[in-house]
Ligand binder design. Structure first.
Ligand SMILES: [Ca+2]
Length: 491
């Protein structure tokens, strides 16, 4: 070894010992926080009303992606796309019942990749969708919080519904059979009387147990998923008069009739209309409940981050927080997710990496949830498996302003009257969203095109307008060429 090489080696060794967090990427732990149904309704995304001080503090120490998109606005397809690093057309998971190992029996999931590389991999609460866990992903069995989703008082209407179903001779397992209770509840209880508080209690214990290992700890929070059950003190952070209903409670002009969907998820809850719009008072209650639920989860995130600090793990741990898809709070007359609209596909993504120069910055580049897998692997120095369909955004963490992807890709299936089963494939560029509805077995195509520069709320489908004909053709070509054609420029 020549003196220069020896000096480099020695310098590297000393630097690793002195500042392991900044240079020795393979020593990073990962705290992976999955928040169910969280849209970017957070202070760090510029919302002045919502109380999210803990997630905002995470953002102050990390990079906030202003334009992150999920691959399908539904829990399981979105999560599996993220956790396998593959898109729904590859995982073949478009619903809440298909296990990804049917199509991809040997795929290495993100937690499994860390496990295979000597990490302790552990999952708490909702990481995979309920009932679809994946044993090979974890070093120890997956854990879910015990107890009911409501207070004892709030459980009564749900139990009454179950009893009615049983009396009518129907199957009545309240979760599996889609029996729903109240859409919201504000019980005067401690945080850990409800599942997400129990998850946090357990996560703190686990962190203390595994602090000496390299770890990949995935912690899932259920709220702000329906029902909006949060301790009363979080509801009291807001007054109903603070909220305004969405300014566009109507389907976009010229939009195909099936595109907004029926929001059946909410209609299943007690007191919700089977057809037609929500009563105005209920719409405001939905906003209030959503915000209370966001603040409840934010408090749990705060407890996790405080424990990381207390255990002096922060400088060795990457923290990534994501909501599994967006959510419509009455925009386009829709509640819940289940669409290709901007509100359903756009979701929060924040990553804090020890030593990052971009701490506190916002990034406006287009990124996708399928990018999280290669990004975390690269940040931790793990070799990427074959077949990933995302791109590591590590270069954006180093320089959030650099040129990046041309488009992000999402999709949503729909049963279309007269056409049967169809798929809406959607792309988002900096200015436009294009959605192509098609059925592979038939000649059927319909388009939506939104020009957010002229129409920021996406209220007019301009696809039928002759003036947009060339743009429609250009974007349809990009959609058909798919994600490889939209990759970032190489440097
Ligand atoms: Ca979800």
């Amino acid at each position: 070894m020549n003196p220069t090489s020896r000096l480099i080696q020695w310098t590297f060794l000393v630097t690793c010992l002195v500042a392991p967090a900044t240079l020795c990427a393979e020593q990073f732990n990962v705290l992976f926080i999955a928040v169910d149904d969280l849209r970017p309704e957070l202070g760090c995304y510029g919302n002045p009303l919502v109380k999210s001080p803990n997630i905002d503090r995470l953002a102050a120490r990390g990079l906030t992606f202003n334009r992150a998109y999920c691959q399908q606005a539904l829990c399981s397809p979105s999560r599996l796309s993220l956790l396998t690093g593959r898109r729904p057309d590859t995982t073949k998971v478009y619903n809440l019942i298909t296990h990804f190992r049917e199509a991809l029996p040997n795929v290495v999931t993100l937690p499994q990749l860390f496990k295979n590389n000597g990490y302790h991999s552990q999952g708490l609460s909702k990481i995979y969708h309920g009932g679809l866990d994946d044993e090979p992903s974890w070093s120890v069995p997956h854990w879910k919080p015990p107890g009911d989703p409501y207070s004892p008082e709030g459980m009564k209407p749900l139990k009454a519904r179950v009893a009615d179903r049983k009396a009518a001779g129907q199957t009545a397992r309240w979760h599996e059979d889609g029996i729903r209770g109240l859409p919201w509840e504000a019980p005067d209880v401690a945080d850990n009387a409800l599942p997400d508080g129990k998850t946090t209690d357990h996560a703190l214990e686990v962190l203390r147990q595994i602090k000496a290992k390299p770890f990949f700890l995935a912690v899932g929070f259920h709220k702000p998923h329906l029902p909006f059950v949060a301790p009363k003190k979080y509801w009291e952070l807001y007054a109903e008069k603070d909220f305004k209903p969405a300014a566009n409670p109507f389907a976009p002009t010229n939009c195909p009739s099936y595109a907004p969907g029926e929001w059946g998820e909410l209609r299943n809850y007690i007191g919700m209309p089977k057809t037609g719009p929500l009563a105005p008072a209920d719409a405001l209650k939905m906003w209030h409940g959503y915000y209370a639920s966001v603040s409840y989860t934010d408090a749990q995130v705060g407890r996790l981050l405080a424990e990381l600090d207390a255990l002096k793990l922060r400088e060795q741990t990457i923290v990534v927080l994501w909501g599994d898809h967006g959510w419509q709070l009455g925009e386009h007359g829709v509640w819940c997710k289940h669409t290709n609209f901007e509100e359903a596909t756009h979701a929060p993504l924040i990553i804090s990496v020890p030593g990052q120069k971009s701490a506190g910055r916002k990034c406006n580049a287009l990124v996708e949830f399928v990018d999280i897998y290669p990004s975390l692997a690269e940040l931790c120095g793990l070799e990427l498996p074959e077949g990933l369909e995302g791109i590591s955004f590590k270069p954006l963490i180093e320089n959030p302003d650099r040129a990046w992807k041309k488009a992000t890709f999402s999709q949503y299936p729909r049963t279309i009257p007269g056409q049967g089963r169809a798929m809406g494939h959607s792309l988002r560029t900096e200015r436009f969203r294009l959605t192509e509805w098609s059925a592979s077995t038939r000649e059927f195509k319909e388009y939506e095109l939104y020009d957010y520069e002229k129409d920021p709320a996406g209220n007019v489908n301009v696809a039928p307008q002759a003036a947009y004909g060339e743009k429609l053709r250009e974007l349809t070509t990009l959609l058909h060429d798919g994600w490889p054609a939209a990759r970032p420029p190489t440097q």
